[in-house]
Ligand binder design. Structure first.
Ligand SMILES: Cc1cc2nc3c(=O)[nH]c(=O)nc-3n(C[C@H](O)[C@H](O)[C@H](O)COP(=O)(O)OP(=O)(O)OC[C@H]3O[C@@H](n4cnc5c(N)ncnc54)[C@H](O)[C@@H]3O)c2cc1C
Length: 369
């Protein structure tokens, strides 16, 4: 029995470690890089902070999980093999855990791929760090959590920059009134201008063109409008939704291929009430734990239980000294309860660290997911 985990980010690394721990199968983790990327800190990297170097091998020592560092370029669903860019022979799997994560959505608007920077992967965030000068205007496009964290981090670490957020929706729409109020106050304190309910039509070397034709000058454009998933699952013929995320059942198993599981951003997982889980580390860890448990239950002849999962909070960093913890109902809708300021920054930092702790000590995964 060979379990192959494709993708060594938050969800894949945890799934590999748990599958290795709870089964007698041979487990192989395939990842494009030999480093673990703390994606939830990439806005810190892009604004000039140093992130810890985290070799993947360090997480796997003594775990019995083999690591292959290579890029998967195709999956043959019939032969149950994965073709790698730098290997002659494909890798065969009996069970596949698909955890390829997501990347920036740079194709939705003309010029974004050529002129905008993304924070969605380490290379993009590092390039942005090199490009951001000590003066000039940065336009952050996208008012979701990633855009908010990026704008706040840049404005706090580089006060000489003029930071502007441009977003299609209402600013802070997913937050409670109290949450939105704190966000506005913080953005005002950091000098971040917000243009909301405007659509960007084009990105150019000198800034943005809005739907009405208005030109918004910017030296740097940061693209944070959402994530896209890799196309390998769709190309392999696995059942995927309109966004290319693998459709899975309540045990995270592919609805079209029972030997395949999907976790993290690349999976279209749902709660029992049908609600689709959002792309987040907060989803990736529990989905990885759920898939590994379901898989090892099946291998041991037990009937797996469906994923039990609810959200408790959206944790937003607003630079290093401020934050916003927006507590939510089980369906992710905001309550009026929020935590703000330094305590919120500390809370968020604790959550980010505990995600890494779960990767190192998978027995603790249940506590943080
Ligand atoms: C700036 C930023 C801030 C964020 N903040 C938060 C937050 O505060 N809270 C939160 O819950 N979420 C946050 N997120 C989202 C969170 O990072 C993702 O939801 C999470 O990383 C998803 O985990 P994953 O395991 O599915 O994918 P990833 O962590 O992206 O891992 C995917 C892995 O697959 C590898 N891979 C991809 N393609 C291939 C291939 N073809 N072959 C081999 N390997 C491949 C990649 O190298 C990577 O290691 C943030 C994201 C960003 C960018």
């Amino acid at each position: 029995m060979h379990i192959v985990v494709l993708g060594g980010g938050y969800s894949g690394l945890l799934a590999a470690r748990l599958a290795g721990r709870h089964s007698n199968a041979k487990v192989t983790l395939i990842n494009a890089s030999d480093r673990f990327v703390e994606r939830v800190r990439l806005h810190q990297l892009s604004s000039g902070q140093q992130l810890r170097d985290l070799p993947l091998a360090g997480f796997l020592d003594g775990s019995g999980v083999d690591l292959i560092v290579d890029q998967a370029i195709a999956i043959d669903a019939e032969k149950q093999t994965i073709r790698l860019r730098h290997a002659e022979e494909p890798v065969h799997y009996d069970v596949l855990i698909y955890a390829l994560g997501s990347r920036a959505d740079l194709d939705s608007v003309p010029g974004a791929a050529e002129h905008a920077h993304s924070l969605a992967d380490a290379d993009g965030a590092a390039r942005l760090r090199e490009q951001v000068g000590h003066s000039g205007t940065v336009a952050v496009v996208g008012g979701g959590l990633t855009g908010i964290e990026a704008a706040a981090e840049l404005a706090e670490s580089r006060p000489e920059l003029k930071v502007r957020m441009v977003t299609g929706g209402r600013f802070g729409a997913a937050l409670s009134d109290r949450g939105r109020c704190h966000l506005r106050r913080t953005f005002t304190r950091l000098g971040i201008e917000v243009s909301d309910q405007v659509q960007v039509r084009e990105v150019r070397a000198d800034g943005l063109v809005l739907a009405e034709g208005e030109h918004v000058p910017a030296d740097i454009v940061v693209w944070a409008t959402g994530f896209r998933v890799p196309t390998l699952a769709r190309e392999a013929g696995f059942a995927v939704d309109g966004n290319g995320r693998m459709i899975v059942d309540a045990t995270l198993r592919s609805v079209s291929h029972p030997e395949v599981y999907a976790v993290g951003d690349a999976a279209a997982a749902r709660r029992p009430d049908g609600q689709e889980l959002r792309m987040a580390c907060a989803t990736g860890l529990p989905s990885a734990a759920g898939a590994a448990t379901a898989l090892t239950d099946r291998l041991a002849g037990r009937t797996p239980k469906p994923l039990r999962f609810r959200y408790y909070a959206q944790c937003i960093s607003l630079g290093r000294r401020d934050g916003l913890i927006q507590f939510v109902r089980a369906d992710d809708s905001p309550l009026e309860a929020v935590l703000t300021g330094r305590l919120a920054a500390l809370y968020k930092e604790t959550i980010v660290r505990s995600a890494l702790t779960a990767e190192r000590h998978p027995a603790l995964a249940k506590l943080v997911s």
